[in-house]
Write a protein that binds this ligand. Sequence first.
Ligand SMILES: N[C@@H](CCC(=O)N[C@@H](CS)C(=O)NCC(=O)O)C(=O)O
Length: 100
Amino acid sequence: MASEPEIKTREKLSLYYRDWCGACFVVKRAIKQLGLEVELRNVFANDIWYRQLVTARGRGTVPVLRRDLDDDTTDWMGESRDIVRYLEEYYRNDVEQKSA
Ligand SMILES: N[C@@H](CCC(=O)N[C@@H](CS)C(=O)NCC(=O)O)C(=O)O
């Protein structure tokens, strides 16, 4: 039986990261492998992005994935493993379709 097409919430993705950060590298590599459009926001190169991060999360630890959703809400996701798992699971079908 054919499964119903999944209706996905549209979201704009931004990754708050910094250079020389292994956990950030792991997330950036996953983004590249999945071919996703994600705005990369180096918090050490832009003080506004750094302040946005600290305001939202209470600290400047990176990587953090920011998801701006269609309903005008914003979700901030920390922990590189959680971010990679989320991207792989949420976008896996898109990637399969792209390469088909
Ligand atoms: N377990 C975290 C580690 C994150 C982490 O240690 N980030 C470092 C850079 S690689 C950091 O931002 N340290 C500065 C801080 O926590 O303020 C993950 O995998 O996301």
